[in-house]
Design a protein around this ligand. Structure first.
Ligand code: COA
Length: 387
């Protein structure tokens, strides 16, 4: 039985900062951000969007089309959790009016979280082939104003429906995992922004990529050239470019050009949205499927990395007709609806969202039907839909 991804939903907030504006405000050559880091824009979440509301909005994108009675598992992966105890997935379940027989919980290992959820869902469907699973990655990447990591922030969510005989891609058996207890990036309980040793993190990411890619190739007997595309977790797109350059270094010119082209296709959304932590690899997947011309059954290699640190390389094959399942129009709409903030406006929105008030008013012109965080009542978080 083949198991994999049948639907992909995506969401990103309705505001962004342009990287040239940010560079000029910070007294940096814009090419450092545009080329050196590889980002064009960065999504900004105001106080009305958090991990939960973004996860609802991403899932809602396909939820009406699926057989909801078959969903047996709902996992929410995040490192922007809104509660230390209650799972974010329960807010999603309520918003979507999903039946109560679902097994549901939240999962965490930095940006690896959605891969952990996806693999758990695959194993669940293997045991329950008539059931499906929803896995959601949703995050707001915050490093703080005027920090080196500021240019690598972002916000968004990806939601996946996992089922038997999927219509987008099938996951292949096997994977190569590698973990070590290291301190490259973390967020203590008393901090709303992440702490990061960015250069060390890049070094570990590349080391883990080399290890897991080599182990996976050895296990499968596959060469780099056997892959139709290689995609990566992208905290910023230059990081993935470095890994891709390592992967193709010993290949001939044709393979190098082909895998550089597919990498370029996979980074388009990330360049517009920025880092969305758990969902970044799956935003690369969406971007690849929308921007590259890939044949049915093409072999896609996926590199997942979560700081702390845990990495996994695995692969999937595209299903014939996958293009018809992509949320292209919705995703274009999400990006086109965004308001460009000046750096001063972004700083105000960023600071307000960090100091979340109890009462939140929907002041922005978010469109009808979108879910948003509406503040707290007796310390209980409220989520509402724009009327
Ligand atoms: N034109 C083109 N490129 C330029 C440039 C210019 N004018 N000025 C600098 N650059 C390049 C540098 O050469 C460097 O490229 P390289 O990485 O290929 O060597 C790149 O821009 C970044 O410059 P650097 O001086 O290293 O930037 P920095 O000290 O501001 O730090 C990060 C950059 C990425 C380390 C920092 O933003 C960060 O820590 N981000 C968070 C990363 C993260 O999220 N890690 C954890 C998740 S896995």
């Amino acid at each position: 039985m083949q198991i994999g991804i049948d639907k992909i939903g995506f969401f990103t907030p309705n505001k962004y900062v342009d990287m040239t504006d940010l560079a000029l405000a910070r007294g940096v050559d814009p090419n450092k951000f545009l080329i050196g880091i590889g980002q064009r824009k960065m999504a900004v979440a105001d106080v009305t969007q958090d991990a939960v509301s973004m996860g609802i909005n991403a899932t809602k994108q396909y939820f009406a089309e699926i057989d909801q009675s078959k969903v047996g598992l709902l996992i929410f992966a995040t490192e922007s959790s809104v509660d230390q105890s209650k799972s974010a997935s329960l807010f999603v379940k309520k918003a979507l009016n999903l039946h109560p027989q679902v097994r549901t919980f939240e999962i965490k290992e930095a940006c690896f979280g959605l891969t952990a959820a996806l693999m758990t869902a695959r194993d669940y469907v293997r045991v329950h082939p008539h059931h499906t699973a929803i896995v959601i990655g949703s995050d707001i990447a915050r490093y703080g104003l005027n920090t080196p990591g500021e240019v690598t922030q972002g916000a968004g969510s990806v939601s996946l429906l996992v089922k038997a005989n999927p219509s987008i891609l099938t996951l292949n058996e096997g994977h190569s995992a590698y973990s070590e207890d290291i301190d490259d990036f973390w967020r203590p309980n008393d901090s709303k922004v992440a702490l990061v040793d960015g250069k060390y993190s890049t070094q570990v990411y590349l080391e883990f990529f080399k290890k897991t890619f080599a182990a996976y190739q050895a296990e499968k007997g596959w060469m780099t050239r056997d892959f139709g595309a290689l995609i990566y977790h992208l905290p910023y797109t230059k990081m993935g470019l470095k890994a891709n350059n390592i992967a193709i270094a010993d290949e001939d010119k044709n393979v190098q050009e082909r895998l550089t082209e597919t990498f370029t296709a996979s980074k388009q959304l990330s360049m517009e949205v920025g880092n969305i932590y758990t969902a970044s690899l799956y935003m690369s997947l969406l971007s690849l499927l929308e921007h590259a011309d890939l044949e049915a059954n093409a072999l896609i290699g996926l590199f997942s990395y979560g700081s702390g640190a845990m990495a996994e390389f695995f692969s999937a094959n595209l299903v014939d007709g996958y293009q018809k399942q992509l949320p292209l129009a919705w995703q274009e709409h999400l990006l086109n609806r965004r308001q460009r903030l000046s750096v001063a406006e972004y700083e105000e929105v960023f600071t307000a969202a960090l100091n979340e008030p109890a009462e939140v008013e929907l002041t922005s012109d978010e469109e009808r039907g979108m879910w948003y965080f509406a503040g707290t009542k007796n310390h209980i978080r409220q989520y509402c839909q724009v009327k």
